[in-house]
Structures are given as C-alpha cells and as structure tokens.
Design a protein around this ligand. Structure first.
Ligand code: SF4
Length: 367
C-alpha cells in the first residue's frame, strides 16, 4: 500500500500503519491539514479493509428521546427546553410501549435511547422503560443513555453509578451510545456545554461501564469552536482509554449543526474535504477501536456513502423517530429505509451487513 502513496509525509504514516505501529499526534495533525486526499483515503481504506474486508454495517432501529426537559440547557443544544415550556414533553411508559410496538411491527432490531436531564425522572422510570421495551420484544437490543445521563442518574438518586448500571442491565440494557463526549478540551467545552460533566468524568463513566462488561461508542462533535489540536487531543484520550479497557466498539465523529443553537462560530461552512480529513484521520489514529461510523443523518447520505472509501465501515441505521439532530437543522429525512441504506452500500461496491451495536450479523428479510 505504501508504494501507492505520493505524499512523502503520508508515506511515513503508511509505513507505520503497515507495520502495525500507532501513528503519532504529529501524524494526526498533518493528516487533518493535508491536501493529499486520495493518499489519505488509501491509508484509511487499507485499515478498514484489514479490519472488515468489504463488509459495511447498518442497523434497523428506532430512536426514543424520552424527554426534552433538561437542567443543563447547553448552548450547543437545539433539542432541550426548560420544564414548563410550551414544547416540553416527557413520555409516559405506556407511550413508550406503544411507540416501540409500532416500530417492532416495522421490523426493528434495536432501540436507541437518549434524553434530557430531567429531575422528575427517577431510576425506577428508566427500569420500567427498559422492561416495557423488552416486553414488546425480548430480542430487541437496547442501546441507552449517555455517560452524562448515567452520571446524573447516580447523583439524582444518590446511588453509586455502578448500581445504576447493574439495575439497568438487569432491566435489559445492552450497550451505551457515545454521546456527550463533544470535545474534551476544557476551554472549548466550557463554551459549548459549560454545565456538562468534564471530559475526564465522561471517560471515567465509560471506564466503569466497560469494567461491567458493557460495550460503548465514543463520539466527537466537530465544526464549532474546536481547532485541529483539540481534535487530536480528543482522539488521543479515546485511544488511551481504549488501551486500558478495550470497551469502545465504535468511534462516531459528528458534524455540529448550529441552527436553533446558541453557537454561531464558524464563518465558513464545512467542506467535503474537511469531513474526509476528520473521518480518515480518526480511522488511522484509532487503530485500537474496531469500527468507524458515519451517521448518514448528520452528513447526508451521499457524503456518508463517499466516506465508505475513507475508512468508514458503519453507515448508521434507520433511526425511526429521530428528534435531536433535526431540531438543529439537519436536512435529511427523519429515517432512511433499509432498502435505501443497502443500496447506498452496494452502490459503493461493498457488502451490506445488518447488525446492532453488538455487531452480530442479522439476517435480512429479502424484499
Ligand atoms: S446536549 Fe444533552 S445535556 Fe445538553 S442541554 Fe441538550 S439534552 Fe441536555
């Protein structure tokens, strides 16, 4: 592969990748600024193929955003509101059951749950919620609550976070999404999400989850106030934690959508090359995290498809009922059909594999 690389600096990166040597933070900084996009893609794709061959993963799932009431009201958030606001809502358990039953009838495999930090909702609400979902279909895989929510549940209920995890595992929890990581660097974090737990606590909560056998994702929000140095710092902290625990299944970079938020930072819009550089660099730098996900809903399905040639092996899922990113102005449909995701993957010359966050292949009903 290295012989195909024209850029001298990237050829050094390629040599490390072929030898299985982790690339350095300086390498990552170079990759985030390079104009040699084809070379970068060659290296990222080499890693993707080594890990997954031609397989590209996708899911058939629903989103459950159980409340939009949140104590933190982060400036980056277009979804949350104060208790008592006209658009405030909390889903009752019977409403959860109804929504899940409707999605089960559509053939979902997984339920993805995140919501605001609402002081009215105690731990028994979440136990009941997960049990109601399993009652609708015991085979459903439940990916629920960010590290920010777990930390809040522990404090609100005055119980150790380990107990929060064990009680929710007992109720049906399968894995954790990777939200709330944003950007770990404290100066930027204090501007985009000043009341959110610090990056160090986010990583600590994930380490506890990993120690209890839960697999998780890790996200990174970009295209707001961050610099390339902050991105590299974020990637490094994920890589270091992964060296300790091995519990991150997937890394998920998320482009920030600013509509209806209080952050209006970039005076130019993100280009396709910017996006390619961030995903490819993530794939190459995070040699120890098996999957790289490009959420079509955040990126648009065409950009997500292009990224399959830049290190990405997971295109996301159908996301029936998604609310959070659409509150911030995402222009994509609020769910993609399975047929459409399969077509995107096949059309890129790859093999679609239907799965959940556990990455166990699920047989697809041919239509
Ligand atoms: S980003 Fe999360 S924690 Fe922050 S206000 Fe929105 S829902 Fe609340």
């Amino acid at each position: 592969m290295r012989d195909m690389i024209e850029d001298t600096r990237l050829r050094q990166v390629a040599e490390k990748v072929e030898a299985g040597v982790p690339v350095s933070t300086d390498d990552a900084l170079y990759m985030l600024e390079t104009g040699s996009i084809v070379d970068l893609g060659t290296i990222a794709n080499y890693m993707r193929e080594k890990l997954h061959g031609s397989r590209v993963f996708y899911g058939v799932n629903m989103n459950l955003n159980y409340t939009n009431v949140c104590e933190l009201r982060c400036p980056l958030c277009a979804f949350s509101c104060d208790a008592g606001a006209q658009n405030a809502y909390v889903m009752r358990i019977d409403q959860v059951s109804e929504k899940v039953a409707a999605a089960v009838a559509m053939g979902i495999d997984e339920v993805h749950i995140v919501g605001g930090l609402n002081p009215e909702l105690k731990i028994d609400y979440f136990e009941e919620m997960l049990r109601a979902i399993k009652k609708a279909d015991p085979n459903l895989h439940i990916v629920a609550f960010t590290a920010v929510e777990y930390d809040y549940f522990a404090r609100l209920n005055n119980i150790p976070i380990e107990e929060v995890f064990t009680r929710l595992i007992d109720a049906g929890l399968g894995a954790l999404p990777g939200g709330g990581a944003e950007i770990f660097e404290p100066t930027v974090r204090s501007k985009i999400a000043p009341k959110k737990i610090p990056g160090s606590r986010w990583l600590e909560v994930m380490e506890i989850a990993h120690s209890l056998g839960l697999k998780t994702n890790a996200t990174m929000l970009f295209n707001h106030l961050e610099t390339s140095h902050h991105i590299v710092d974020h990637l490094s902290q994920v890589r270091n934690t992964q060296d300790k625990t091995g519990g991150f299944k997937t890394f998920v970079p998320l482009p920030f959508h600013e509509e209806n938020t209080e952050i209006h930072a970039k005076n130019r819009s993100l280009t396709g090359y910017d996006i390619i550089r961030i995903y490819s660099t993530s794939r190459i730098f995070l040699h120890n995290v098996p999957h790289l996900k490009a959420l079509w809903m955040y990126l648009g399905e065409k950009m997500a498809q292009v990224l399959l040639n830049f290190g990405v092996d997971d295109i996301g899922a159908t996301y029936h009922y998604e609310k959070v990113v659409h509150a911030a102005g995402a222009r994509t449909a609020d769910y993609g059909s399975e047929d459409h995701l399969v077509r995107l993957i096949k059309n890129a010359g790859m093999t679609p594999v239907r799965t959940t966050a556990a990455y166990t292949p699920i047989r697809r009903e041919e239509s």
